[in-house]
Design a protein around this ligand. Sequence first.
Ligand SMILES: Nc1ncnc2c1ncn2[C@@H]1O[C@H](COP(=O)(O)OP(=O)(O)OP(=O)(O)O)[C@@H](O)[C@H]1O
Ligand SMILES: [Mg+2]
Length: 212
Amino acid sequence: MSIISIVNQKGGCGKSTTAVHLAYWLAQNKNVTLIDADAQQSSSSWLARLPKEIPNAAILDPEALFDAIEEASNQYDVVVVDGPGSLSEITKTILDISDLTLVPCQPSGLDLSSSSKILQVIRQRQKVRGGQPHVGLFLSRAVKGTVLLKEAQQALSQDQRFPLINSIVYQRQCISDAPIQEATVFDLAGSAAKAAQQDYENLFMEALSYLG
Ligand SMILES: Nc1ncnc2c1ncn2[C@@H]1O[C@H](COP(=O)(O)OP(=O)(O)OP(=O)(O)O)[C@@H](O)[C@H]1O
Ligand SMILES: [Mg+2]
């Protein structure tokens, strides 16, 4: 069993979109559940409308959340946790129980400077937990060939403690359209969806290798 969370207090960086795609992708050959710890409940309501059923629950109380994740980890191969768009007790609870936490960062100056806050919190939890959880940063909603993307790659590669995953999730219309279509990009046809599937697959394969 593994507990994989997606955290970053920066709103709109792609946590819920990544969490849903990760759960859906893993569910091809694993027993997976998703726990939605965000008050907006976007990932759990999205999952409820998908063709393939994935068990999920929305939990907002930090203590109840810890217990629910622990319990789920005894029942499922993988528990995916979608974190809130704020730095709260909930985020710390998630970091206290995750095996691997993924941090999506949008390549913009503001997003990068706010990511230093979540990395500070992660470093402190790692200190308390003897190095856990494993962490992978990744670039999310990136626009190909931009100076911003290049600068963000450089900025996020600086800190050896928090490796930057090579795979990038690019900004793609088919990804933002997926929830309205009651789908993930894995359910969609066409070359744009294929490219998005590849982005996610590369990201997830690389991220899973961090679990050892
Ligand atoms: N790679 C992408 N390409 C295009 N649109 C994207 C991509 N990733 C996410 N989005 C869109 O960006 C918006 C924010 O994404 P999402 O809800 O996943 O972010 P979040 O980090 O969970 O936000 P919050 O902090 O509010 O929970 C959504 O409209 C989503 O469809
Ligand atoms: Mg969200």
